[in-house]
Write a protein that binds this ligand. Structure first.
Ligand SMILES: Cc1cc2nc3c(=O)[nH]c(=O)nc-3n(C[C@H](O)[C@H](O)[C@H](O)COP(=O)(O)OP(=O)(O)OC[C@H]3O[C@@H](n4cnc5c(N)ncnc54)[C@H](O)[C@@H]3O)c2cc1C
Length: 587
């Protein structure tokens, strides 16, 4: 039977904030756009974002996009590309107003303006006043944004393929990417979607680690698809561990709690952040706070019977503030930690949260690849935006509130560029049979009955390995041992045992496909971390404790073929303002 095929101008894989904002640009230009999502769109991880989105609106304190830019460059430990950062921080202001006009129900100040709260890594610019830049809808900002975007996309008649799983990208006879093979989860039937342009907006990969704030669906599928298409992943060693996950469980307690005045204490009741970051204290950058917590616990000053976590104190804020500004946090804490934060402190420990790296793109969401002699080229017809992409605005460490911003700004830009691309390349490009076969083989391989471990067993082993060997602190010996274990896990995947061979809603097969993707991304993280011999941002190497700008002010590029690494320079020149030269990073 011939493979069912659909044709669109643009295919967007992922219906989170990035994918939906891109889709809106396309639908309003009357293009035929398909949005594929493995879960119902409003279940994308964007819905879980709590704290808010950064924009220098200056509603509470004086502020400017230029300071936002400085904080972001400093937060990135100078590894972010300054042209992209300038662009994002300038665009932040109209982006938030656009959201407001689209219907996002932001919290309000007494004067009716959008409510803003302080967040980590925002400097004290004026007479010691902390910048207050994070626009919030209580502690459910992502929920408010995603639902609004989804409603707008429905209004614009976007074509959604809900609960379809993208398996792999496909190419035409000339080798140009032209869509993807997807699987309808309900029926188990494959479908070929051919498109003139394809956008990867598949979100994060936090499931690589055992303890994570990320949803189960964040398995790095888009990054793995890019790797298999021969595209490198950039800066994958920089993985953010959020300081305040619920201890032992990983669910996120937003930085907004510290923005509202919460603080961390150790078993001696000390506000230990005062020693690690005398000025910003609990609102230092995330990498700094996470390392401080791990250091306190290692020094025996952890809390609880196992002395394995610290406490986040909020009760002094009063029940009223907690109910108004942090209702979701109260609920999470009650359910998962058994603690009402209005009465007692929440047990917290760092949790794997965010991939700073991803598929390398330019400012327009176009995927770029090196072609030798220090130059790079656009990969024709392929775009990436959101957490799976690396437009290089976060560098070695992302500031809280900058990811919602990133997905919205670059999602929109990618959508706009696709419009131009489709206009300039109007002819359909049919997928080549060999490429389709290759993608189909990824599916049919799970019809064999292996005799090895189950997907669940291997997945648990893999995630534990990543946590033990590529966590908050890494050394050469620990990473090398981890990579050996990962190589064995990668080989054992070929013999994984699948007991469910039915077609309809076969989630076992989906989990196997996801595990394959997770392992590919995990290897990218570990290999990139092994090779970077310095400490910068979220990449902390006790065996190389200093930042080394002379040797390492450059981006890593990991290729799956041969686990090879390459490097490219950081773009230190902004678009219109002067460059911020690397300085020591203190908070
Ligand atoms: C708990 C939590 C709180 C956060 N809070 C904040 C915050 O306050 N401020 C902030 O700036 N950032 C925050 N972040 C980070 C931010 O929310 C995410 O980085 C961002 O929402 C990612 O958006 P996205 O559009 O790239 O991807 P997502 O929203 O994750 O969407 C990914 C989409 O891809 C689809 N998909 C993936 N793989 C496939 C496949 N194989 N086939 C088909 N579809 C696929 C999924 O179905 C989904 O629709 C938070 C993150 C977490 C986990």
């Amino acid at each position: 039977m011939p493979l069912p095929t659909r044709h669109f101008d643009a295919l967007i894989i992922g219906a989170g904030g990035a994918g939906l904002n891109a889709a809106l640009q396309l639908a309003s230009a009357d293009l035929r756009v398909a949005v594929v999502s493995k879960v119902f769109p409003t279940r994308s991880h964007t819905v879980a974002a709590q704290g808010g989105v950064n924009a220098a609106l200056a509603n509470v304190q004086p502020d400017s996009w230029h300071w936002h830019m400085f904080d972001t460059v400093k937060g990135s430990d100078y590894l972010g590309d300054q042209d992209a950062i300038e662009f994002m921080c300038r665009e932040a202001i109209p982006t938030v107003y656009e959201l407001e006009h689209a219907g996002v129900p932001f919290s309000r100040l007494a004067n009716g303006k959008i409510y803003q709260r302080p967040f980590g890594g925002q400097s004290q610019h004026f007479g010691g006043e902390q910048a207050t830049r994070t626009c919030a809808a209580a502690d459910r900002t992502g929920h408010a944004i995603l639902h609004t975007l989804y409603q707008q996309a429905i209004r614009a008649r976007t074509h959604f393929f809900d609960e379809f799983f993208a398996i792999d990208l496909v190419r035409d006879a000339e080798g140009i990417l032209c869509g993807a093979l997807v699987l309808e989860i309900e029926s188990g039937e494959p479908l070929l979607i051919e498109a003139k342009a394809t956008l990867l907006a598949t979100g994060g990969c936090g499931q690589v680690f055992r303890t994570t704030s990320n949803a189960h669906i964040n398995t790095g599928d888009g990054c793995a698809m890019a790797l298999r298409a021969g595209i490198p992943l950039m800066d994958m060693e920089f993985f953010q561990f959020h300081p305040t996950g619920i201890a032992g469980k990983g669910m996120l307690i937003s930085e907004g709690t510290r923005g509202e005045g919460g603080y961390l204490i150790n078993s001696q009741g000390e506000r230990f952040m005062e020693q690690y970051a005398p000025h910003a204290r609990d609102l230092a950058s995330r990498d700094v706070v996470s390392r401080a917590i791990v250091t306190e616990v290692k020094a025996g000053r952890g809390c609880g019977p196992e002395r394995d976590h610290v406490l986040l104190k909020l009760d002094h804020l009063g029940a009223e503030v907690i109910a108004k500004r942090l209702p979701g946090i109260r609920e999470l804490s009650r359910i998962f930690a058994g603690v009402d934060p209005a009465q007692a402190a929440i047990p917290v420990f760092p949790t794997a949260h965010y991939a700073m790296g991803g598929i390398p793109t330019d400012r327009f969401g176009r995927v770029v690849m090196p072609v030798g002699h220090g130059s790079e080229e656009v990969v024709l017809g392929l775009y990436a935006a959101g957490e799976c992409a690396c437009a290089s605005v976060h560098g070695a460490n992302r500031l809280g509130g900058n990811s919602l911003l990133d997905i919205l700004v670059f999602g929109r830009l990618a959508g706009q560029d696709i419009r131009t691309f489709v206009r300039d390349h109007p002819y359909p490009r049919p997928a080549h049979s060999a490429s389709i076969e290759q993608a189909l083989a990824r599916l049919t391989r799970w019809e064999q009955r292996g005799s090895g471990p189950t997907v669940q067993t291997l997945r648990a082993e893999f995630r534990a390995c990543m946590e033990d060997h590529a966590g908050v602190f890494r050394t050469e010996a620990i990473l090398r041992e981890g990579i050996e274990r990962l190589q064995t896990i990668r080989e054992r995947l070929t013999d994984v045992r699948l007991t469910d061979h039915s077609r309809v809603f076969n989630t076992a097969r989906i989990e196997a496909l996801e595990l394959d993707n997770l392992i590919a991304v995990g290897m990218a993280i570990a290999q990139s971390a092994l090779h970077r011999q310095e400490s910068r941002g979220a990449h902390a190497r006790p065996d190389y404790p200093e930042r080394d700008d002379h040797a390492w002010l450059k981006h890593s590029l990991y290729y799956q073929d041969g686990d090879r690494l390459d490097y490219k320079p950081v773009r230190t020149k902004p678009l219109t303002v002067e460059s911020f030269p690397p300085r020591e990073r203190v908070y």
